[in-house]
Design a protein around this ligand. Structure first.
Ligand SMILES: *Cc1c(COP(=O)(O)O)cnc(C)c1O
Length: 375
């Protein structure tokens, strides 16, 4: 079952759950079976007479959940033994600081590809700790040409954002850098929607709330030989090595988020894993971009087709004044949270893993119909 309007609850109790198609950019849509299981198992976890929220994180039950969550992530993404999986807090924003704090070592400079709002913010934060070599893009609608990425041998690392959530740009290639320079990527908004090559990526991180869990959990997958580079003044809680040595239990972990992420991982595996998510992402985004491209300019998306995000379809209306009406009518059809980011305006349909393909189809049909009525 993919979600959408649900007529019958598990257990046979008939109850109409009025689920909308939720195109929110984050926190984003979660799988209905996971939400149901969370609700069912919350007050009395597996006959213990208490919830996960109330028991020791060092007890047998939670220890098993956190271990299993790491194992599930390893399985889903084929993470090799060269890399450690850390389950942390602080969101993507804290990683903007933790990456330089942990990877700079003795280097004085890091290279950042800046092609959108999130990579720009990450580069600005890194500027507090080192010189930042910015690799820019010729326009806001493109990712840089692979040949334009020149990284010096002595850079601490090369950083890029795999999917720019606000700008609607997604890398369709892996940027290259010298073998001695670790490659770092912010994969917050396309995590678990495509395979990640860990031969090339030394570190990836993702806030869970975009694509695979509740806000409050951040996953960092880092090559083990990079642990231990943080300087003496690095705060304990910001040191990857500390979290690695304590199995992500240096302090109390976000127990609810990890439990929920555990169930999302199981749902993902059950649905067919990352390859199936990859196919669905292609199908969903083709439906929505199709509606834009077939609209004779009624809808506008300026992103170079090779760089179009499969996760966040950003578009505007030729007649800007119709934007509010579009959002309202879409809402009346159960298609919600389509308003663009406050910094860029317009419209945005976020199509994360738990968005049923049917949701993208209904949206594309609504878009076609709206264009006929108002074009
Ligand atoms: C949302 C987002 C962030 C910021 O995440 P927080 O968890 O809110 O700090 C960073 N990078 C990308 C690509 C994002 O989509």
């Amino acid at each position: 079952m993919e979600g959408g309007r649900l007529e019958k609850q598990a257990g046979g109790r008939s109850k109409v759950m009025n689920r909308v198609y939720n195109f929110a950019p984050g926190p984003g849509v979660l799988p209905v079976p996971v939400l149901e299981q969370l609700a069912r198992e919350l007050p009395d976890y597996h006959g213990t007479g208490m919830s996960i929220l109330e028991m020791s994180h060092r007890g047998a039950i939670f220890t098993q959940i956190i271990r299993e969550t790491r194992d599930l992530l390893r399985e889903l993404l084929n993470v090799p033994e060269t890399h450690e999986i850390l389950l942390l807090q602080g969101g993507g924003h804290l990683q903007f600081a933790m990456v330089p704090l942990n990877l700079l070592g003795a280097a004085a400079e890091a290279s950042y590809i800046v092609n959108g709002i999130w990579s720009k913010k990450a580069a600005a934060e890194a500027g507090k700790f080192c010189r930042v070599n910015i690799i820019g893009t010729p326009s806001r609608s493109q990712i840089p040409h692979p040949d334009s990425i020149n990284v010096p041998n002595d850079a601490a690392y090369l950083y890029y954002c795999m999917n720019e959530t606000i700008n609607g740009l997604e890398f369709n290639y892996i940027p290259s850098c010298p073998d001695c320079v670790p490659l770092v990527s912010d994969v917050s908004s396309d995590f678990l929607s495509r395979p990640i090559d860990f031969k090339r990526h030394a570190l990836v991180f993702a806030g869970a709330q975009k694509n695979f869990g509740p806000a409050g959990l951040t996953v960092v997958i880092v090559r083990k030989d990079l642990l231990g580079l943080a300087g003496d003044t690095c705060p304990t809680m910001l040191n990857y090595e500390v979290h690695s040595q304590s199995g992500s239990m240096y302090n109390t972990p976000p127990v609810f988020c990890i439990w929920a992420a555990n169930l999302v991982c199981k749902w993902l595996l059950n649905e067919g894993g990352v390859d199936v998510m990859n196919e669905r992402a292609a199908t969903r985004s083709k439906l929505v971009y199709g509606a834009i491209d077939k609209s004779d300019g009624f809808y506008v998306n300026t992103i170079d087709p090779s760089a179009r995000s499969r996760m966040n379809v950003v578009f505007t209306l030729r007649e800007e004044a119709l934007t509010e009406l579009f959002v309202k009518e879409a809402g009346d059809h159960g298609l919600v949270n389509l308003k663009g980011h406050r910094l860029v305006g317009g419209l945005r349909a976020s199509l994360y893993n738990a968005m049923p393909v049917e949701g993208a189809r209904v949206l594309s049909e609504f878009m076609a119909d709206f264009a006929v009525r108002h074009g």
